[in-house]
Design a protein around this ligand. Sequence first.
Ligand SMILES: *Cc1c(COP(=O)(O)O)cnc(C)c1O
Length: 331
Amino acid sequence: MAAFGTVFMPEMALAQFDGSDWNAPKIVPSDSLTLHPGAHVLHYSSTCFEGLKAFRHADGSVNIFRMDRNIARLIQSSELLALPAFKAELLHDMIVDVVGRFASDVPEPPGSMYIRPTHIGTEAAIGKAAAPTASSLLYVLLSPVGDYFAGGDKTLRLLLEEDGARCAAHMGMVKSGGNYASALQPIMKARASVQADQVLFCPGGDVQETGAANFLLIDGNEIITKALDSTFLHGVTRDSILTLARDMGMTVSERALSVEELVERAGRSGAEAALSGTAAVLAPVGTLIHQDKEVMVGDGKVGPVTIKLRQALNDIQWGKAEDRHGWLTRI
Ligand SMILES: *Cc1c(COP(=O)(O)O)cnc(C)c1O
């Protein structure tokens, strides 16, 4: 099985903003783009992206999960990066068009078609370090993906990082390349020094998120996760899992969680922790590494609530449970 995100459909949807208008989107080969080497994105990181999935149901239909949320988030990211504005309808039509074209390539569950809308500043203007790009490209790549958990439900090891931050605080809710670049060295160091899988960024002791996923602490009937603010990425999976947890009668506490409280509660028997994101849905966390000590989360193994919540979300995505919240767009 190829690594996640390394296989692409041969064509993508592409629209161009020429400084005054968006042209009609086209379907073009997905293996190349022509960019001026002075393009704004290559120097000043005017880039943002999205990640969502299309699922094949047993009746053969193809269904995209919470597309409206991801479109709204790319519009928001574009605005915060001063990239040209576009209407939700433009991207909606591009996604439906390209997924429809490759509908027969959407894998069966537990696989799916990962959809990667991307927006980049293309103006050749290296003098615009402090000014927005005039032109841009919006495109939608497709990548068929397999079962994220094919290797079994191994629990993750997270290093709690209280000194550094994932990215600049005012960039937290932008899904933008620069934020991943800024988190890379801390993650590589944590892998090399304590064999951590991910870094859980907790600036000033405030438990935030990892490099590309939101963090949830599960303690009995309660889920605790940081309340939305502008310092971190507002995951669609986070929102979906919290919604399903409320449906199941769980107590959802969106509030500040300190490292101190996390370490204390994670050590209790029955505690669970998980990372949420489109790629993995819910990935169980087994160990927290804090000030050179290892804290096992519950018994260190994947817990029943994590499995139950992940299953509930997968069942909706895979068409095995009723879509009560209207999350799927059938194409
Ligand atoms: C994409 C992402 C998430 C998860 O968002 P989903 O919408 O659930 O996929 C969380 N944190 C960061 C930093 C991300 O980039």
